[in-house]
Write a protein that binds this ligand. Sequence first.
Ligand SMILES: [Zn+2]
Length: 285
Amino acid sequence: MISLQILCSGTPTPSEIRWGSAYALKMDDEWFMFDCGPAATYKLIKSGISPLDVSHLFFTHHHSDHDADYACFLLSRFDMSIGNEPNLKVYGPPPTQLLTEKLIGEKEGAYWHDFVARTNHPLSLWAYQNRGGNLPRKIPKVHAKDIQPKELITGPDWTIECSRVEHVQPYLDSLAYRVNTEKGSIVFSGDTRPCQSLVDLSKGCDVLVMECIRLEKEMAGNSTELSESSALAAGQIAKEAGVKMLILTHQAHYLDTSKNEVIEEVQINYKGRIEWANETTLINY
Ligand SMILES: [Zn+2]
């Protein structure tokens, strides 16, 4: 069974019910996080997931609504650590490595002072020991890597494929990911206009987490259709790829007032199971 925790299911514009992009996929005892949008760390906690249980983080692209909580996540994970956790692995298109270095790189990183203070001052060392850590307190290593489309990332019983999707190139590159496990397969579209590479990557998958930002009529004739997918397109991609379940996310309908209209438009093309991505809910398939 695939278990997906919806953390952030919105856009750059904050609303009462959704903001930015982030998802956590259960992988046995660990969680893999996809994007780290605004307040993702807080929503992890609200969902009952410790940042320490997130072992891998994948960025689809580096618009701020997909990465603005990265520093908070890294520093919370450090602050909660007792020093025996596996090092975090982070993958994404450029500038994933550079962003990581700028945030937490030795001496030059914007938050390096926090590592220095918390690994030296008696207050932090007491707190570290009090939660079970043994001195000396070390600064954690984060393995961040820029990846290219078609690069394969593998674990003991899983593989992750990625393909380039079409969003705001050439300014930012964008990847969609497909996770294959014994429990099933799930694709994260990231932000993209409808494109063949996403259909190909999603072929026959169990779950597609798909951008579905607006109704077709709201996008037709303006520049949003060059970079994003409407409800009609989301349904068309799911149909062409033959996915078993479709999760609609990245909605710009801030208060869900158009939810039924959006789902009806998706159903013009797609007849399978549809889920509406509500933040801090767990979807099982
Ligand atoms: Zn974007």
